[in-house]
Design a protein around this ligand. Structure first.
Ligand SMILES: [Zn+2]
Length: 126
């Protein structure tokens, strides 16, 4: 008899920047938020800066892991944004990405955060 592959599931997809300065804040925060073995992580330069790339992974995570939550994290002093990386720009991009993902995947909860370099996660509420 051929065994069927078990259905794989985790609750969340977390998207954050590759920046090494953030990792010590991100990992404990994500672990306490979702628990071990319960999240996919995408590390992209600029976080949601490349929206099309983010979208690709949201589609994939939804398809293969039936995620329920997408957590988007941009951060202070992001060098991938360069001079354009103002607080207002990050806020705009985070809320914009959230809105677009919400429109495409109404069943998913999408949350946006701005991570300050002191480790503070600020929820971006539109
Ligand atoms: Zn960055």
């Amino acid at each position: 008899m051929k065994a069927r592959k078990p259905v794989l599931h985790c609750d969340a997809l977390v998207v954050h920047c590759m920046d090494y300065r953030l990792q010590k804040f991100l990992h404990p925060w994500i672990m306490s938020r979702f628990g071990a073995d319960n999240f996919d992580i995408i590390s992209l330069a600029g976080g949601v800066h490349d929206y099309e790339m983010v979208l690709k992974y949201v589609q994939l995570a939804e398809q293969i892991h039936s995620i329920r939550v997408v957590t988007l994290v941009n951060h202070e002093d992001c060098r991938a944004y360069g001079r354009e990386g103002t607080y207002a720009r990050h806020r705009h991009d985070l809320l914009d990405a959230r809105q677009k993902i919400n429109a495409l995947f109404p069943a998913l909860a999408v949350e946006s955060f701005y991570l300050h370099l002191d480790g503070r996660f600020e929820a971006m509420v539109g």
